[in-house]
Write a protein that binds this ligand. Structure first.
Ligand code: GLC
Length: 685
């Protein structure tokens, strides 16, 4: 390759820069408006890169007809505890990308949920590195099996949106390896993503996208990542980032300079950048192009959107979590009864999240409602997917009298509730990229609405469509609570099927629901009290003790624990056996002792390691059982979850001693216990 050809790979261009109307002239005119374009080298058969956002489906590129299958939130996929489902979703995204001529899917955000107010958590998977890593790997495998290169993001931390460009995330390096970086490490090992995307924030004093310790020494040297590292869009501050492990500058027009175009070339000409480094940047990219096969033409017929809708429906079904179900309020059996459906724009559609993961379904948006206008980032828009929960419920229960009230006036909603046998409240909170929620309350006075309804009616069912845990001050007064997240284009049907008992809920919380932010490591939202642009430092003192791990370490009781989720049947666990060696393997029997078929997710936890109170999810298995059916399940722990990372020696160490394990329905409900004696040992990676 000539130097010109080499350098042409090292940056991508936005097709149309944010806020401008004209297109980038260097991008082929026929290319739809997608996130990034990198020219190829036709002389050598090197394809150009056409990068589309794809966390929750392929991000639409323009007007009507540019739709794509819109999947539920990443937290819903996390709640399924089903990496195989993630792979199926990844495959669908790959097929739809191919059909549109895109060959890079900017997908899987697997940042751990450290901050329950983070606007982007809906795009992410969980608070646990094993769950996030396995689900992220599933997405990558599915997409890359379709010959589309998958990207995992954002390395690393980027745990909140407030002031993220000026936020220095400070974390103990060993704790970092045992938490956020372990999620990436598991995903890299399991799926070999073609590329990783750096984060906006600083990590331990250096911008993530130019952070040598993070990109070169950890991802590439220590973890053996073979692909390339691209920046996020508007996250590069100099050509020197190339010397610290960044291989490609994304959306180059956005930054002060197209750093990896002119300036890096000049630095190279000036002998400041070794040719070997430029060669390595190019080789990492080409290695991934050919490992994934984006240069290979593949026949792809018309997209089967009906089949893909079925995948979105299954994802919504498996992601819905039944949090509370008092006196068997659910499943519904209204007969000719009267049902009040209140709030949440339930007459229009289901809510979706905002930002670069926003997908427009093939049917388009059912409604677009101007939402909170951020002081600096401007207006946001709530986008709803049809059909509506109201329509779906009426269709499911044609003999029932189903009435709707917007919930705008509590008195009217209460009056309707008084006339009905069942009250279903849809509670929403619009969240998205660029902004965090200030607290854990529901906006638009919904907490007061729910409280008022529950004060006059003893059969109130709350359906949450939120991108994060919420505080639920009314939780004791309502009879049932269903967490549906942003349920995707098939959300109304899936919710109705769960409410009606046509589908047995099987979702398990991928994040802890605190009773209040006071229980979290950072009660005050980092950066909330400073002017945007003020450099801030957030010391993630909790280290690797994220979510349920923090609650165990500090002996706190969550409102709803990580892994929690009810069912319309019951599952019994028995005959736990622990085998110990280089790691531990737990074998146990799960039995469906109830009257409904359904899926359960038994979870294996470490609760104490050689005297150290330390909770770790060691493994899980989703099992589907018919009434009376049993399954013998075996879960083998990743040894790193039993170990501590030794930063100085750059290896993992399992201390000798007794390891206490538990089989649980959640981190807060441990059912069977067992011990294992382990020998001390150290191991790399
Ligand atoms: C965004 C996001 C990133 C996305 C990229 C391209 O700002 O941080 O997740 O893939 O830019 O749209």
């Amino acid at each position: 390759m000539t130097d010109d050809e080499r350098f042409s790979l090292l940056y991508s261009l936005m097709v149309r820069v944010f806020g401008r109307t004209e297109r980038e002239p260097r991008v082929p005119a026929e290319l739809p408006v997608i996130a990034g374009y990198t020219s190829g080298v036709p002389r050598l058969g090197i394809p150009s890169l056409k990068m589309a956002d794809a966390s929750l489906g392929l991000r639409h590129t323009g007007g009507q007809g540019d739709g794509a299958t819109a999947f539920p939130a990443g937290l819903a996929l996390g709640a399924s505890f089903n990496p195989a489902l993630a792979r199926t979703i990844g495959c669908v995204i790959g097929k739809e990308a191919r059909a549109r001529g895109f060959n890079v899917a900017l997908g899987g955000g697997i940042n751990l949920v450290r901050e329950v107010r983070n606007g982007r958590n809906f795009e992410y998977v969980s608070e646990d590195p094993l769950l996030s890593g396995l689900v992220g790997a599933g997405m990558v495998r599915g997409t890359q099996e379709e010959g589309v290169l998958a990207v995992l993001k954002h390395v690393s931390l980027n745990a909140s949106e407030t002031n993220k460009f000026f936020l220095d995330a400070v974390i103990d390096p060993a704790a970092h390896r045992e938490s956020d970086l372990l999620a990436f490490q598991i995903a890299i090992e399991q799926s070999e993503p073609g590329a990783l995307m750096g984060a906006y924030n600083l990590v331990n004093g250096a911008y993530a996208c130019g952070n040598r310790a993070l990109l070169q020494e950890t991802l590439k040297d220590a973890m053996g990542f073979k692909g390339w590292v691209m920046s996020d869009w508007l996250a590069v501050y100099g050509w020197e980032f190339a010397l610290n492990g960044l291989d490609q500058h994304s959306g180059a027009q956005l930054d002060a300079q197209e750093w990896f175009n002119g300036p890096l070339r000049q630095a190279y000409e000036d002998g400041k950048v070794p040719k070997a480094r430029i060669s390595e940047m190019v080789r990492r990219m080409l290695r991934s192009y050919y490992a994934v096969g984006i240069d290979q033409e593949r026949p792809c017929g018309p997209v089967d959107f009906a089949a893909h809708h079925g995948v979105a429906l299954e994802a919504a079904r498996q992601g819905i979590v039944l949090l509370k179900n008092e006196r068997e309020a659910l499943p519904l059996a209204p007969g000719k009864g009267r049902i009040a459906v209140i709030g949440g724009y339930a007459q229009a559609g289901v809510l979706s999240g905002d930002g670069s993961s926003q997908v427009m379904p093939p049917a388009g948006y059912a409604a677009q409602i101007p939402a909170r206008s951020h002081p600096l980032l401007g207006p946001t828009t709530m986008r709803l997917f049809g059909p509506s929960p109201l329509a779906a419920l009426r269709q499911r229960f044609p003999e029932a009298a189903v009435s709707y009230d917007s919930g705008a006036h509590i008195a009217e909603a209460v009056a309707l509730a008084r006339r009905c046998d069942t009250v279903i409240v849809h509670a929403i909170r619009h969240e998205g990229e660029r902004f965090d929620s200030p607290d854990m309350t529901l906006p638009f006075g919904q907490d007061a609405l729910i409280d008022a309804l529950a004060s006059v009616h003893d059969n109130v069912i709350v359906v949450l469509q939120t991108g994060n845990p919420v505080a639920m001050p009314w939780h004791a007064k309502v009879r049932a609570i269903v967490q549906a997240w942003y349920p995707g284009q098939a959300g109304a049907q899936a919710m109705t099927e769960v409410l009606a008992g046509d589908v047995n809920p099987s979702g398990r919380l991928p994040v802890t629901f605190p009773a209040s932010v006071e229980q979290t490591p950072h009660p005050r939202l980092p950066g909330a009290d400073v002017e945007l642009g003020t450099p801030i430092r957030v010391h993630y003192h909790e280290g690797a003790e994220v979510g349920y791990r923090w609650f165990a370490r500090t002996d706190r009781q969550a409102l709803f624990a990580f892994g929690h989720g009810l069912s319309y049947t019951r599952f019994a666990y028995a005959d736990l056996r622990i085998d110990a060696g280089e790691t531990v393997t737990a074998t146990f029997t799960v039995t469906n002792t109830g009257a409904h078929e359904g899926a359960d997710v038994p979870q294996l936890y470490l609760t104490e390691a050689a005297g150290d109170v330390r909770m770790r999810l060691l493994g899980f298995q989703r099992v589907f059982l018919r009434p009376g059916e049993s399954a013998r399940v075996s879960v083998r722990a990743d040894a790193r979850l039993l170990a501590r990372f030794q930063a100085a020696e750059a290896h993992w160490r399992i201390d000798a001693g007794r390891y206490r394990l538990a089989l649980g329905r959640s981190a807060g409900e441990l059912v069977l216990h067992g011990d294992a004696e382990l020998e001390e040992r150290t191991f790399g990676r």
